[in-house]
Design a protein around this ligand. Sequence first.
Ligand SMILES: Nc1nc2c(ncn2[C@@H]2O[C@H](COP(=O)(O)OP(=O)(O)O)[C@@H](O)[C@H]2O)c(=O)[nH]1
Ligand SMILES: [Mg+2]
Length: 219
Amino acid sequence: MKKKPAPIPEIVATSYLPEQLPALRGAIAIFLGRSNAGKSSLLNAVLKKALARVSKAPGKTRSVNFYRWGPKLCLVDVPGYGFAQRGREERDAWKELMASFFDRVPDTALAFLLLDSKREPEAEEFGLIDGLHERGVSTHLLLTKCDRLKQAEREARRRGLEAQFRVPGREIPLTWSFVSAKTGEGVDALRRRLLDYAKEIPISAPTHDPQRSRRGAGH
Ligand SMILES: Nc1nc2c(ncn2[C@@H]2O[C@H](COP(=O)(O)OP(=O)(O)O)[C@@H](O)[C@H]2O)c(=O)[nH]1
Ligand SMILES: [Mg+2]
């Protein structure tokens, strides 16, 4: 049997403002994490195409970027929360954009939270994990840039995460894996996971309800 060619990824929207956000339908995979975590690099590695801009200076991306990959799957590069130092106005605009975006995210979405494997998870990461869990969105933690870790550091990281996330009474079923956009480690597995996920999700009507988005803006 002839193998089906891989779908060609394309940018479908770049939203700087809430009113520019597109309706979300079908399989939605969101990539979150603070600025410089490696979101754009990983997306490019998964898509095998340099669509997302990789920044030299942290905190550059302020738009939510949507990439369509095949008829059903939409990958979303969500800007990081690492530029609070840029001033109040910009921070407030970012918060509003995030609130509007999360209002549109269906509970069938799949979230990938990226954390630089050299960094410890902090309040932002725990907050995002809890917030996504409350919305019923499954979340997988991706420990990025793992090419920079020695074997012993990996082991330490693994044990640290067990201690941080497997706390008795904390019911959040979080899974994680190491990835590197540089060496490709974990990238094929992630790509397969995305394609399998897309197979499970029917193409549905847009989930965005403007009424709901006005009421729910509270991030
Ligand atoms: N060593 C290494 N560096 C990476 C990797 N992925 C990203 N980087 C670097 O980390 C910085 C931030 O990457 P970027 O993808 O723009 O992060 P974003 O802000 O989360 O989108 C850039 O300098 C990248 O070259 C990786 O897998 N390994
Ligand atoms: Mg980026």
